[in-house]
Design a protein around this ligand. Structure first.
Ligand code: COA
Length: 190
């Protein structure tokens, strides 16, 4: 069973370079500057945040999911500047099966430095050991090579390829499904 304590007390985490804090409306502007950027959103297959209101609504929905124990949403904060550099979600949490889907995004100036892998190691360690999750699921656009690469680097395995199962912007898109179980998690011994 999921450890519900973390829905009363938000789990703030820390790595060498990043603070993982509860995502809230103070992150609206920083989030919008990422989510209005076509380069960042290229394989997200969700609508651009064209206005601040779009990001505000998105964060408000995430906070509602947290309140109903369906998700946990972190802001990734760069320790040097104390600025938001991305976000990470455990969403669609399936308590019965101790499984969650994940979503993640980094500001483009922070790509290529190993920061998302660093965040994932802390988050999955917390997920397996504290939240009592049994598995994680990631659904990616097959063209999203950077996303696949970071998933594989922490131990995810490909479990499915769905052809044209997702309709977005006038097209049916393919999806790849990856999952992570504790024995495959590269950080499982720490
Ligand atoms: C997906 C995403 C978070 C991956 O970002 P990333 O910078 O490639 O991932 P990491 O932060 O883990 O960095 C890994 C890269 O840093 C390099 N790196 C540099 N220093 C490193 C270090 N100390 N440790 C590990 N990797 C390091 C790695 O070699 C790798 O580079 P490569 O891709 O050229 O091989 C990013 O591309 C993104 O935000 N995309 C837009 C949103 C998105 O598509 N999200 C996923 C939806 S499914």
């Amino acid at each position: 069973m999921i450890n519900e304590l973390y829905f009363e007390q938000f789990p703030e985490l820390e790595t060498d370079r990043i603070l993982l804090r509860k995502l809230d409306l103070s992150h609206t502007a920083a989030m919008q500057s990422n989510r209005k950027d076509e380069k960042v959103m290229r394989y997200m297959d969700s609508d651009l945040h064209l206005t601040l209101k779009d990001s505000e609504n998105f964060i408000t929905e995430n906070l509602e999911m947290y309140a109903t124990k369906k998700g946990l949403f972190w802001a990734l904060i760069d320790k040097v500047s104390n600025n938001y550099i991305g976000d990470f979600s455990f969403w669609n949490i399936d308590s019965k099966n101790s499984r969650t889907e994940i979503g993640y995004l980094l500001s483009p100036q922070f790509w290529g430095k190993g920061l998302m892998k660093e965040a994932m190691l802390a988050l999955f360690n917390f997920g397996f050991k504290e939240l009592n999750l049994h598995s994680f699921e990631a659904n990616i656009n097959p063209a999203n090579e950077k996303s696949r690469s970071v998933l594989l680097s922490v131990g995810f395995r490909k479990e499915a390829y769905f052809k044209e199962n997702y309709y977005f912007n006038g097209k049916y898109l393919d999806s790849e499904i990856y999952s992570l179980l504790l024995p495959d998690f590269i950080n499982s011994t720490t």
